[in-house]
Ligand binder design. Structure first.
Ligand SMILES: [Zn+2]
Length: 146
């Protein structure tokens, strides 16, 4: 944002802001991630999307802590009509195929059907925290109609 840009009275009271936190790797981490989310969504996004965003944050962070490798990094992007939740962790290896499991971040993975129901789209990238090794799971939540 530039200081000399004129205020646009028609602009929605929402922002393109990023909030990012490196989470501890602990059972209490999903709760800490939810508190961080409550504190960092702007008022407009919080009033329209908070519940959905909290569920998505909770699912993604819980899975990243249970199955991924630290550091787990939560990113929130307030993006005019949407909130984008990103959770990165450093694991490139779970789950082991020999376990006969699907990765938690696959379509049929635990929690992801919930995320899919609350987001307009979601996806997985092979970038870990800070662009290093690992993975990132992103989900985009649109605002409820006014
Ligand atoms: Zn916002």
């Amino acid at each position: 944002m530039t200081a000399d840009a004129p205020a646009d009275p028609a602009a929605p009271a929402v922002h393109r802001e990023h909030a990012r936190v490196v989470l501890r790797h602990a059972t209490s981490t999903p709760g800490a991630a939810r508190r961080f989310t409550r504190n960092h969504l702007c008022a407009a996004h919080a009033s329209q999307a908070l519940d959905a965003v909290l569920v998505v944050v909770s699912e993604l962070v819980t899975n990243a802590v249970e199955h991924g490798q630290p550091p787990v990094v939560l990113t929130l992007i307030c993006n005019v009509e949407q909130v984008v939740v990103g959770v990165h962790d450093s694991s490139t290896s779970e789950p082991r195929p020999a376990d006969g499991d699907v990765p938690w971040y696959s379509e049929t993975g635990r929690g992801m059907q919930l995320v899919e129901g609350l987001s307009v789209h979601w996806g997985v990238s092979d970038e870990g925290p800070g662009g290093g090794p690992g993975k990132g799971v992103w989900a985009t939540i649109t605002l409820a109609p006014a």
